[in-house]
Design a protein around this ligand. Structure first.
Ligand code: SF4
Length: 757
């Protein structure tokens, strides 16, 4: 099945509710199709249970151990699990009959759908086919190339957000023992802007909200730049619980997403047979990149209400005790013109003032956001303005209140906690030195965008990826693929074949690893791993299925194998891979909040890491206070005749993994090359719904083209458009990044559209 043909696309009416009976049908179809009835039933039964395995999908938290139902997963969790636990296999025979160039012709879906990788494969310089290699030889090749580097910074170690805490910790240790902080990760492309803004303003780079805050306490939940129906589906259950006890929901999004409108809970009769629960009370159809203006506008409206009733709106005790920068921020809001707010946000003043009345009526407010906020040039400023919004009424550090960036991959937050970052604080590096007795490098390393630049410029010889699909996840596809090919050696640890394994360096290794669902047996017995969810809960994950092949190794064992080949047993690499409890003891000594790690992570449901702003209104910022900041709205200036494009996921997709060609909620069937655009914008270009078009992005270094898309007239603000990644990543310029976080601006791409010739 191809997912890339615009000829096959059928467009139906977008749906106005999410989940319900169709979601159960889709989940079961995938589970049975990939795993079979018995294996599928057994596997899904263990998904997100306390003695089972953590969902390899998003990082939404699980309910408390006693509150879990028999089916603690969503359609997308079932798909992600089935995709990994498939019975299909890709071994030496497959690679002998398919050359790399032949496989490069296949789309992402087809490549991954071949099945699980079963043995280590090596692509020799100049070879056309991958061929089997033993683990020992593979480790020797990697160690030899790393040893031969002119300096350690000519290697880069990328991490995808699926790696467990244990694998991530050992991996960063390998990189730093080698002498480099080149640890780019997928977080650089998603919530880096959140981490940057939150660290600066409240002293912690994560959210401060618990699941209970949403389900039990918040009176107003604001959801901006997030599509939970597709990207974090179990969040809808939490939102439904909040609605049932009377909470209000305000959502702001350029597209009217089904999951923000109504939820049909598949675990209730009302959800299955009735109309479900209406979620959003106030829907704000904000322009792409209009969120900073919207939040500045609501803060200005709150200030006007405070001026009219001094002391009635703002939490002055909180502001005086815990914050600084308040007067400067108020000055900026007073100077800001409503005409500017309206034109940048695309919202009328009355809509924003209506939002402000919701805020005033609520004793506690949570703001949730995702990539719709973080992937713009001004993302860091936007999130700082969200913090301003929360600080004004003391909405941090009490029940039902706070910032909640929702993470997209199961352990992306945990990997950062474990030290996967090109610029970890000095304290972490000091502790690493104390624990292991070597001096870690102090110079900052390369993030994802800078790694691509360095590879492109011939400054990286060895690129090592612990999971992920680097060339599909990163911007500027042609540049990223060429950069990968510029390396001497590329190494990928993976469960399934993807395009990044085919855009290889002069020589390449493909190392197959265990998946979350599989039993992990090491010298000291069966092992479990641990992960951290979006709400800072660390818990265990136990695989149950027999491994897909006898030759698979765990991520920990692979990383430790490379390290042992390079450094012998200097840091006790074998002890760590034989018994992951040894790794957890090291983590306990190095990272704050992991005291008694082994015992606490074995408790059903795990434990919560400390969060100063949440626990005690402690703010580890430069001034020791929560910081109001001045953030002038500066939405992207879109030239006449152009559109502002955001790249989005379809419902049949998880990150770069494409399960199928449909996007059920948006009414798209049978293909992915579509552009959602306002009908008036089409008419203004003498185009109509259904026309075949090309997309051209415009940047200072020239134009980028993505050809052959079907125009779909859609309810999105004038001047805005949306299409799917990774197909549209070719349009995102590598040098267009967020100020302060260097995150690619995948939600703010200036394009023009042309009729296909
Ligand atoms: S909401 Fe996220 S973590 Fe939960 S089952 Fe679905 S994909 Fe998995």
């Amino acid at each position: 099945m191809s997912t890339n043909s615009e000829d096959e696309v059928r467009v139906e009416r977008p749906q106005t509710s999410a989940v319900g009976i169709p979601a159960i049908g889709h989940a079961m179809r995938y589970a049975v199709g990939e795993m079979g009835v018995r294996r599928g039933g057994k596997t899904l039964h263990a998904l997100n249970q306390t003695s089972g395995f953590d969902c390899p999908g998003c990082a939404w938290p699980d309910p408390k151990a006693d509150d879990r139902s028999f089916a603690e997963f969503c359609e997308n969790g079932a798909k992600a699990t089935a995709w990994e636990a498939t019975r299909d296999r890709v071994g030496a025979e497959f690679f002998a009959t398919h050359s790399v160039s032949e496989l490069l012709e296949q789309d992402s879906h087809t490549l991954e759908h071949h099945g699980r990788l079963t043995e280590p494969m090596y692509l020799a310089p100049g070879a056309s086919h991958y061929a089997p290699i033993t683990w020992e030889k593979a480790f020797a090749v990697i160690a030899e190339r790393l040893r031969a580097l002119a300096n350690p910074n000519r290697a880069a170690f990328y991490t995808s957000g699926r790696a467990s805490n244990e694998a991530a910790f050992v991996y960063q240790l390998l990189a730093r023992r080698l002498g480099t902080n080149n640890l780019p990760d997928c977080s650089n492309m998603c919530h880096e802007s959140s981490g940057t803004a939150l660290s600066e303003t409240i002293g912690i780079g994560k959210g401060t909200v618990d699941l209970d805050d949403i389900t039990e306490h918040a009176e107003l939940i604001v959801i901006v730049g997030q599509n939970p129906g597709t990207n974090h589906p179990r969040m809808l259950t939490a939102l439904e619980q909040a609605k049932r006890r009377g909470a209000r929901i305000v959502s702001a999004n350029p597209l009217p997403e089904a999951g923000l409108i109504r939820f049909k809970n598949p675990q209730s009769v009302r959800g299955l047979l009735g109309v479900g629960t209406r979620l959003t009370d106030r829907s704000l159809h904000v322009r792409v990149n209009g969120d900073l203006a919207m939040f500045a506008g609501v803060n200005k409206a709150l200030l006007a209400l405070e001026d009219a009733q001094p002391g009635a709106i703002f939490d002055h005790d909180f502001i005086e005790t815990y914050c600084d920068g308040f007067e400067e921020a108020c000055g900026a809001w007073r100077r800001l013109a409503w005409s500017e707010i309206e034109s940048q946000s695309g919202l009328a003043r009355e809509e924003i003032e209506g939002f402000a009345t919701d805020v005033v009526a609520a004793k506690s407010v949570i703001v949730c956001w995702a990539m719709g906020i973080t992937q713009h040039r001004n993302s860091v400023a936007t999130i700082r303005e969200i913090v301003n919004f929360l600080l004004l009424r003391g909405n941090i550090g009490r029940p039902g209140a706070g910032p909640s960036p929702i993470r997209g991959h199961s352990n992306v937050q945990g990997d950062r906690t474990m030290g996967i970052s090109e610029k970890m604080p000095g304290l972490f590096l000091d502790k690493l030195r104390e624990e292991f007795g070597f001096e870690p490098p102090r110079d900052h390393g390369l993030d994802t965008v800078n790694t691509i630049r360095a590879m492109r410029d011939g400054l990286i010889d060895v690129f090592f990826a612990l999971g992920g699909n680097f060339v599909a996840a990163t911007p500027d596809t042609a540049v990223s693929e060429a950069a990968m090919k510029n390396c001497a050696l590329t190494v990928h640890v993976a469960t399934k074949l993807n395009r990044s394994h085919l855009c290889h360096g002069r020589e390449a290794l493909l190392l197959p690893c265990l998946s979350r669902t599989e039993r992990d047996h090491q010298a000291r017995g069966d092992q479990f791993v641990s992960v951290e969810d979006s709400m800072s809960i660390v818990h265990s994950s136990h695989g149950h299925l027999a491994p897909g092949s006898d030759l698979l190794r765990s991520e920990v064992a692979i990383v430790a194998g490379v390290a042992r080949e390079l450094f012998g047993e200097d840091l006790g690499w074998s002890a760590m891979s034989n018994d992951y409890g040894v790794i957890r003891r090291h983590i306990e000594h190095v990272i704050e909040g992991f005291d008694n790690y082994e015992a606490r992570v074995r408790e059903p449901g795990g434990f919560t890491l400390p969060r100063g702003p949440h626990d005690s209104r402690t703010f580890h910022t430069a001034t020791g206070k929560a910081r109001f900041t001045v953030n002038e709205p500066d939405a992207v200036d879109v030239p006449e005749g152009h559109l502002l494009l955001q790249t989005v996921r379809s419902h049949d997709q998880f990150n770069t993994t494409v399960y199928g060609p449909d996007d059920r909620y948006r009414g798209i069937k049978g293909g992915r090359r579509v552009l959602f655009v306002n009908a008036e914008d089409l008419a203004a270009r003498d185009l109509r719904d259904g026309d075949l078009i090309d997309l051209v992005s415009v940047w200072s270094d020239g134009e980028r083209w993505a050809k052959g898309f079907r125009a779909v007239a859609y309810e999105t603000p004038r001047g805005c458009a949306a299409t799917y990644f990774p197909e549209a990543n070719v349009l995102v310029p590598l040098d267009s990044t967020a100020v302060g976080s260097n995150t690619p601006t995948s939600k703010s791409v200036i394009i023009r559209i042309e009729r296909s010739s």
